[in-house]
Design a protein around this ligand. Structure first.
Ligand code: NAP
Length: 484
């Protein structure tokens, strides 16, 4: 490619990472098209609208570092407020005209010099680079329970909420007590006539206080950007240096501290000894993704609520039959059963060098060099892709650093008068081997079932300290790429 011509980009997805890529490319004067499967921006915050949805990461950390928001109303914002933030970003940077809504990419073919990309609408475009910003918690995992199709009431997944269904005064069942199930319980148990939470594994629940910022506090943030920046930086520092790094060493003292805090929370707030013991986990805190809540223990103790730990045998027209033979009858059944976290860009058909497909390369499990690139797939990079930090570092900081890394690579290729870069297989294998070894020492590998584990039971999350991530993202190791 001539070094005068600016490369062009296809961005897949208009969630947090896709919007970030789009606005940064706009600022840098590049041409790009965003392909978005839905009719609005927002990604996970557009998809997840269940009652009680909020981000358990403080809002002043869950913001782009260059778009801090003095007007966050809560310490941990409800989903609708975060959705509003991302919609505001799309408007402010005038991105909507560059987004093809309702046009999911179905096919990406490498054609020697660039990518041919096809949208579900039949649109076909040609781009030099593809940035896949498709998210991790993206493909709902429907409860695979015998008889589920027989249920006669309303049944939906937490990420596919049917808002036409009235909830107040109804008999409601929730399957799953991850972060979604716990937030739903916090909100729905008090308004249901009967409420049941089906718990397969107890969760460590970290107490938080829901703090609403006053108008005076928000005015102070507006008039004092340094104070706002200071708050962001302080949250960022304590999250990454504290929690983010300590979960990597399963022998760290931090887990005993967490156990004490969570046990105190449980012992103080749950009065019935039998319920208390059912709610007490028997594995190391943070082995599963920690659940944070200000109202779960209150809600599960309202008179109409029940925690059921008996295993589910099948679903029938009337409700859920447990192994003890009991039928739990419901009007509404919610599957808060999580996501297929290993799908990433799939089921999109992606074909790289020599016609190799992503399905073939990833047939055992997904992996990516530096969590971003795949050998055999030139100029195809993911943000928050396989092996990215998730839960241990801020997802937004991670995306910002990954995007900056990619732009250094793009500039390097262009300045050399080249057209493409592909991570070498040797570099990818070296990274994967080192990553897999480090993952075995993390708290996620201490013996619990969680979505952090791959098919071998090895955590797939970035297992190195934050400093290592910062260092790797500071400048690509160009020698790890085939550039041509
Ligand atoms: P999840 O953490 O994967 O939880 C799924 C739940 O469903 C688990 O309790 C699981 O039990 C249960 N389950 C799955 N299949 C089942 C079956 N067939 N029968 C009975 N129980 C079944 O999913 P999630 O709650 O949607 O959360 C996913 C992630 O999204 C979180 O970890 C977090 O990273 C993110 N999230 C974040 C927030 C936030 O505030 N920032 C809020 C919501 C979600 P087991 O534990 O026994 O497997």
């Amino acid at each position: 490619m001539s070094s005068e011509r600016k490369p062009t980009f296809a961005i897949i997805g208009a969630g947090m990472s896709g919007l970030l890529a789009a606005l940064k490319l706009r600022e840098a004067g590049y041409e790009f098209t965003v392909f978005e499967k839905a009719d609005r921006v927002g990604g996970t915050w557009r998809e997840n609208t269940y009652p009680g949805i909020a981000c358990d990461v403080p809002s002043h950390l869950y913001s782009y570092s260059f778009e801090l928001n003095p007007d966050w109303k809560f310490l941990a914002s409800p989903g609708a407020e975060i959705q509003e933030y991302f919609e505001g970003i799309a408007k402010r940077y005038e991105l909507e005209g560059s987004i093809r809504f309702n046009d999911p990419i179905v096919r990406c073919d490498w054609q020697g010099e660039g990518w041919e990309v096809e949208g579900g609408s039949g649109f076909v475009g040609h781009f030099d680079w593809v940035i896949a910003a498709t998210g991790i918690l993206h493909h709902p995992k429907h409860a695979e329970i015998p008889g589920i199709e027989d249920f006669a009431g309303d049944l939906f997944h937490s990420a596919e909420w049917d808002h036409s269904v009235a909830l107040e005064g109804k008999r409601i069942g929730v399957i799953g007590n991850g972060s979604s199930g716990i937030q739903i319980t916090g909100t729905l148990a008090p308004i249901a006539s009967e409420f049941t939470l089906f718990q397969r594994t107890a969760q460590w629940v970290v107490p938080v206080e829901q703090v609403e910022y006053t108008e005076e506090q928000r005015a102070e943030f507006r008039s004092n950007p340094e104070a706002l920046q200071g708050l962001h930086d302080e949250l960022d520092q304590s999250f990454h240096q504290g929690f983010g790094n300590q979960v990597l060493d399963s022998s760290s003292d931090i887990f005993e501290g967490m156990r004490t805090v969570c046990n105190n929370h449980l012992d103080t707030f749950v009065t019935d000894p039998e319920l208390r013991e059912k709610l007490r986990p028997d594995y190391t805190p943070a082995c599963k993704r920690l659940v944070v809540s200000h109202n779960f223990y209150d809600s599960i103790q309202v008179p109409q609520a029940e925690l059921v730990t008996e295993s589910i045998e099948r679903i029938e027209a009337g409700g859920v039959r447990t192994a003890d033979g009991r039928l739990h009858e419901f009007d509404v059944l919610v599957a808060a059963t999580g996501f297929h976290v290993d799908a990433f860009v799939r089921p999109m058909a992606v074909r790289g060098l020599d016609g190799v497909t992503l399905d073939e390369i990833w047939k055992e499990r997904p992996s990516a060099y530096m969590s971003m690139g795949i050998p055999g797939f030139p100029n195809f990079f993911m943000i928050n892709g396989p092996n990215s930090p998730v839960g241990n570092f801020s997802l937004i900081r991670t995306a910002e650093m990954q995007f900056a890394y990619l732009m250094m690579l793009v500039d390097h290729v262009k300045e050399g008068g080249h057209s493409h870069a592909t991570p070498s297989s040797e570099a990818a294998v070296r990274f994967e081997d080192e990553r897999t070894e480090a993952a075995k020492n993390t708290v996620w590998a201490t013996g619990c079932r969680s979505w952090y584990l791959d098919d071998r039971g090895i955590p797939f999350v970035w297992p190195f300290p934050f400093e290592r991530f910062t260092q790797e993202m500071e400048k690509p190791r160009f020698e790890d790429y085939t550039i041509g």
